[in-house]
Ligand binder design. Structure first.
Ligand code: TYM
Length: 345
């Protein structure tokens, strides 16, 4: 399978360059889920699209963060984007809070999004249960900030994991509503998923999404952890007792490991089943652990080099926010004019 064959709805190359926007919250150490569901895919899209990749720190404070950790995680996330293969000379890489237009558009879109729509967001329901001591207004209006991120750049495609589908759908609804009331303003974006990898599950509870905010580090593979840690975690991943490598309903642990193996090797589930016919879960887990550690190894090495180079990372942030601010201002002025804000020349 080629990289592009793993992308649902990949348009023909001959089309004019479309614009892509995506981001990751710097709310912890980035995981294999973030890599396979999003960043790996971003890398392959760079040649064919005009890409903006953002570290979305404004989103991260919807859950209480330790300020020094947030600052460090922001720099680390940016270094990791580059270590994964995002080229800042080719794609615009920036930090969300460096471009005030995100927060500014968010206010306008808040006034065009319905309470009922936001109440239906499953991530809000999940997060408000998990953080019941801090169900703040930002957690509730989070999808509007995400819509602002996307709509500010007249984005065509939004490459994300499946957990973000509902938020991209809301973005489309809000954009359509705004365009209906004020006239054509926003491009209507499409979500963009990979076939395998769009949902990588927890290694300790494979019915749930792998998450960087999971308090149990055995539940996730961190992109930058050591080779031994990765192999050890995958070896102890929860599976069933059937000892048959087969993709089937109810075999969440094996299905998850097959998705990980497929994402790294490009092999289909049929090919994987054949490869491990007659072999036990021990052999399979070892193979998954190894392809995973081999795939992440070069990223880890590049990351270790980059993360020390603060001057370079800050230069990338500055250049990225200049480019992003220029594009964002164009949309924001249009929006301000459309809604009737008074402007003085
Ligand atoms: P976040 O930070 O939770 O995750 C970043 C990206 O990684 C994907 N992802 C996964 N994919 C597969 N399996 C998993 N276990 C997994 N965990 C995470 C997510 O789907 C996402 O693509 N709201 C977003 C960030 C955001 C954004 C945006 C994304 C803010 N504004 C605008 C796109 C466009 C979020 O919380 O992602």
């Amino acid at each position: 399978m080629t990289e592009n064959a793993n992308i649902i709805n990949a348009p023909e190359k001959a089309e004019a360059k479309k614009r892509i926007f995506s981001g990751v919250q710097p709310s912890g150490i980035l995981t294999l889920g973030n890599y396979l569901g999003a960043i790996k895919n971003w890398v392959t899209l760079q040649d064919d699209y005009e890409c903006l990749y953002c570290v979305v720190d404004l989103h991260a404070i919807t859950v209480r963060q330790v300020p020094a950790d947030l600052r460090r995680h922001t720099q680390e996330a940016l270094a990791l984007y580059i270590a994964c293969g995002i080229d800042p000379e080719q794609s615009c890489v920036f930090v969300q809070s460096h471009v005030p237009a995100h927060a500014e558009l968010s206010w306008v879109l808040n006034c065009n999004t319905m309470f009922g729509e936001l109440s239906r967001m499953t991530q809000f329901k999940d997060k408000s249960q998990k953080h019941s001591d801090n169900v703040n207004a930002g957690l509730f209006t989070y999808p509007v900030l995400m819509a602002s991120d996307i709509l500010l750049y007249q984005t065509d495609l939004v490459p994300v994991g499946i957990d973000q589908k509902q938020h991209v759908e809301l973005t489309r609804d809000v954009a359509q509503r705004f365009n209906g009331v004020y006239g054509d303003t926003f491009k209507i974006p499409e979500p963009y998923f990979v076939k395998t990898g769009m949902k990588i599950n927890s290694l300790t509870d494979p019915t749930k999404k792998m998450s960087k905010s999971d308090p149990n580090p055995k539940s996730y593979v961190a992109i930058i952890e050591t080779r031994d840690e990765t192999i050890k975690k995958i070896k102890s991943a929860v599976t069933d007792s059937e000892a048959c490598v087969k993709y089937a309903e109810g075999k969440d642990g094996i299905n998850n490991l097959m998705s990980i193996y497929s994402s790294f090797t490009g092999k289909s589930f049929d090919e994987i089943e054949k490869e491990f016919e007659g072999k036990g879960y021990g052999d399979f887990k070892m193979a998954v652990g190894e392809v995973c550690a081999d795939g992440l190894g070069p990223i880890r090495e590049e990351y270790a080099r980059l993360v020390k180079d603060k001057a370079y990372l800050e230069d990338v942030m500055k250049k990225g926010s200049d480019t992003a601010s220029y594009l964002a201002r164009k949309t924001l002025s249009k929006v301000y004019r459309k809604v009737g804000f008074y402007s003085v020349k």
